[in-house]
Design a protein around this ligand. Structure first.
Ligand SMILES: [Mg+2]
Length: 134
C-alpha cells in the first residue's frame, strides 16, 4: 500500500451495484453529495468491467438481481482482487428483503455489513465512513 499522503486526499471511489434504476439514482446522488466518487452500475457484469478499469475503495451491492446476484458479485470481486494481488475491497450488502436465508449465505461468505432498503441516510453514511476510515 502506498504511503504517499496524497493518496489520502483523493475522493474515495465507491462501486455500487443495483438493478433498480431508482436506487441507482439515489445512491449516485447520496454518494456524490457526501463527497465520494460514485460509480453506480446495474449488473454484476458491469461491476466487473469497471473493476478492470480502475481501483475502488468500497463495494456496495444489492443481493437480488437478474444474472449475477450480489453474493456472486462479491465472490467474483474477491477472486479478481486475489488474482490481481490487490487489496480486498470492503463490502456492504444492500437488500430490500429481510431475508434470513440470504443473510445467512452472506454471513457465511464473510460479509459483515448489511443495510436494509429503504435505509436512513445518516445510518448509510455512518456505515460508509466506518468502512472507509484508515
Ligand atoms: Mg434488486
Amino acid at each position: 500500500m502506498s504511503t504517499d499522503p496524497m493518496v489520502h486526499h483523493r475522493k474515495k471511489r465507491i462501486l455500487a451495484v443495483d438493478d433498480d434504476g431508482l436506487v441507482r439514482r439515489s445512491l449516485e446522488l447520496l454518494l456524490g453529495e457526501a463527497g465520494y466518487e460514485p460509480f453506480v452500475v446495474g449488473s454484476g457484469q458491469e461491476a466487473l468491467a469497471a473493476l478492470v478499469q480502475r481501483h475502488f475503495d468500497l463495494l456496495i451491492t444489492d443481493i437480488r438481481m437478474p444474472g449475477m446476484d450480489g453474493l456472486q458479485v462479491i465472490q467474483a470481486v474477491r477472486d479478481y482482487c486475489r488474482e490481481m494481488k490487490k487489496h480486498p475491497i470492503p463490502e456492504i450488502v444492500l437488500t430490500a428483503y429481510n431475508d434470513e436465508h440470504v443473510k445467512e449465505s452472506a454471513v457465511r461468505l464473510g460479509v459483515r455489513e448489511f443495510l436494509m432498503k429503504p435505509f436512513r441516510v445518516d445510518e448509510f453514511l455512518g456505515v460508509l465512513e466506518r468502512h472507509l476510515s484508515f
